[in-house]
Design a protein around this ligand. Structure first.
Ligand SMILES: [Cu+2]
Length: 652
């Protein structure tokens, strides 16, 4: 049966039209979808006859116009508006492109890759797992008679070469006892896991590695559980009596010399576009587009459930999280004075859901001076201000903070913070001191009595489409090399810089190490900056790479973790480091597949794919909630400006 627009739908459309359409109409080709546009895509797809009543809308976002079109666009001109929509029905994933202006379906295809995203209602499809005879028996063997507070949930599962799993909507799950807990997690019931088919709602396999006595919930951070709070410090007040120093025009921001466009994407969150400097009447671009591309968290344990535990928080779960950006708490997650941004995500029924305060923009005093120097009796020192663009993502048990910090010195600092609750397992030993025999902390560390937090890694891949002084760029690799000096020289060696320009993708895969350090610059070969060097921007940060073997599927599932940096020619359909649908997908998708062609990357429009993150060995202090752990990277001008851009900061 096919559905047409119902009277109810028409009424809703009228209501939305009357209240919000005009206020949220897009004014720039890269603006995120408005509520009215969501309703347009809904109506077009419903009326196309392609879907039936069981169809679920998993994902909808702006399908940006081609880059050349956006670069040529001038304010006041009309522009294209297309939406990409991902739908699942009867176990098949579909991709639609809808022309929102012409109100027509441009394309409708079966999703070309082997799997698809998980939806928000997939979480709740596991309610009756406790009724499964084997699960039921396993719970009874652990002494449970009342299952009211037992909750079983399914995450994704890593593909480790199981042929019958490939491309299927299969997950692995476990059960928890929520008695006495308010943190939403409860205590994971130890030693019990199951494999679940999201489509048929069947438990395919139960893995019971033996009952260990449960110990009850221990991860609680609400005020009652925490106990008395400490005395507050005297207040520090930041106020802006003259208002903010940045300007907002729709989704376009200007602050100091910086100009950028900001939109929210349900899958990658903050997307910064057309980032650059307005200088002497000229716009000098730095990045065409920058955003997160994928977030991969593989756990380290040889047996179930940990052997298969790995999460693509964007590629698998963006829809489950109803868009990765969470609503901010005013005055805590962001200052009350911040400019807040709302957006919309699609609900499984196709209607738009409002997401309030999913990003914020604010100024803050820089923590350190911009520069200083002087003599004993005369010091010149300058304070600075930063502009922060922030998003917070709550990904299951973890909360991630992303700050794009625009600096007056022409740099951008990207901070990522990790907080939330570590994944733990209950063990026999009470602590490392009483642990005997095969250690219970072989693959993790004790964070509480009988509680071991499992080792894991966090890989954050950023897609950075640099356009330093235009789209035509090259990568310059500055290698620090040791030079042996002639025997007559009392100094035996010095280090110097050897600069190489990778010509093809194979040479654009880089990992800087302490023994072979590298600096990476994106340069504009046609624009020569001060002192004869090409205008450029440096990328510097705490990169990370996989520690797993090449033969391990867990490594090849997320092949991008093999190198810290990848460089590719810009392609509009290459957006995600592990491919469009990484869930239960074949290995080597995304960057490893694209770069097989070994395309040219010199003097052309290039994209840098950069992975930062950390191998997480939990400390007792990470419990019951992880103190915000910060990592990040910097983009720094290198021969872009004539001189130190903060030299002329006012002395106040
Ligand atoms: Cu962690």
């Amino acid at each position: 049966m096919r559905l047409l627009a119902s009277p109810l739908f028409s009424a809703v459309l009228l209501f939305v039209g009357a209240s919000t359409i005009s206020a949220q109409a897009p004014t720039h080709p890269l603006d995120h979808l408005s509520a009215a546009e969501h309703w347009t895509l809904y109506q077009v797809i419903r009326e196309s006859g392609e879907i039936g009543e069981e169809a679920r809308f998993l994902f909808a976002n702006l399908r940006p116009p081609p880059k050349a079109e956006v670069l040529a666009w001038q304010p006041g001109q009309s522009f294209r508006r297309d939406a990409f929509v991902h739908i699942v029905e009867d176990g098949t994933g579909y991709e639609a492109v809808v022309d929102l202006v012409g109100e027509e379906l441009i394309s409708w295809e079966v999703a070309s890759e082997s799997s698809y995203m998980l939806g928000p209602d997939d979480w709740s499809s596991t309610d009756d797992v406790t009724e499964h005879p084997e699960v039921h028996a396993a719970l009874e063997a652990r002494g449970y008679t009342d299952f009211t507070m037992i909750s079983c949930g399914v995450g994704s599962t890593a593909y480790l070469g199981e042929e019958d799993q490939l491309g299927r909507r299969i997950g692995r799950g476990s059960c928890s006892d929520k008695t006495g807990s308010v943190n939403g997690l409860g205590e994971q019931i130890p030693g019990l896991a199951f494999v679940f088919d999201y489509e048929t709602k069947e438990v395919l396999e139960v893995i019971d590695s033996g009952a260990i006595p449960g110990r009850g919930p221990v991860a609680e951070h609400h005020p009652e559980a925490v106990g008395p709070t400490r005395e507050p410090l005297p207040p520090i007040i930041v106020s802006q009596p003259q208002g903010a120093g940045f300007e907002v025009d729709g989704s376009q921001f200007s602050w100091e010399s910086w100009r950028f466009h900001l939109r929210m994407d349900p899958r990658v969150g903050l997307v910064l576009s057309q980032v650059g400097h307005e200088m002497d009447g000229e716009f000098r671009s730095v990045l065409y587009e920058a955003s997160l591309s994928e977030l991969f968290v593989p756990y380290q344990g040889p047996t179930a459930p940990w052997s298969h535990q790995a999460y693509y928080d964007l590629g698998s779960f963006a829809s489950t999280f109803e868009g990765i950006a969470g609503s901010m708490e005013v005055g805590r997650d962001c200052p009350a004075r911040a400019h807040y941004i709302d957006s919309w995500v699609v609900k499984p029924d196709g209607s738009p859901q409002r997401k309030a305060r999913v990003a914020c923009v604010f100024e803050r005093p820089g923590a350190e001076p911009a520069w200083r120097h002087g003599t004993d009796d005369y010091i010149e020192s300058r304070s600075r201000t930063d502009l922060v663009v922030r998003m917070i993502m709550q990904a299951g048990n973890y909360d991630y903070l992303f700050d794009w910090i625009f600096k007056q010195d022409g740099g951008i600092r990207v901070n990522l913070g990790a907080t939330g609750i570590d994944q733990v397992t209950t063990v026999e030993a009470e602590s490392a001191a009483t642990d005997q025999g095969e250690p219970d902390d072989r693959y993790g560390s004790f964070v509480a009595p009988y509680t071991v937090a499992m080792n894991h890694s966090h890989f954050f891949n950023f897609r950075l489409d640099f356009d330093v002084d235009g789209p035509t760029n090259s990568l310059a690799v500055d290698r620090i090399v040791t030079e042996e000096l002639p025997a007559a020289n009392p100094r035996r060696s010095v280090w110097r810089v050897q600069t190489d320009t990778p010509l093809r993708e194979a040479e654009g895969k880089r990992t800087s190490t302490l023994t072979a350090p590298e600096h990476w610059r994106v340069v504009s070969p046609s624009r020569i900056g001060p002192q004869g060097y090409p205008s450029g921007y440096l990328l510097e940060g705490h990169g990370v790479r996989t520690m797993l073997l090449e033969s391990d599927y867990m490594r090849r599932n997320a092949g991008f973790t093999e190198h810290t940096l990848w460089t590719t020619p810009m392609r509009a359909d290459e957006m995600f480091a592990s491919g469009a649908y990484p869930t239960n997908a074949a290995v080597d998708q995304g960057l490893p597949a694209w770069t097989q062609a070994n395309r040219g990357i010199e003097n052309t429009d290039i994209v840098l794919w950069y992975t930062i993150g950390f191998h997480h060995i939990a400390r007792p202090e990470d419990w019951p909630i992880l103190p915000m752990e910060l990592h990040g990277f910097d983009l720094k001008p290198a021969a872009f400006f004539e001189r130190n851009p903060v030299l002329n900061l006012p002395n106040r």
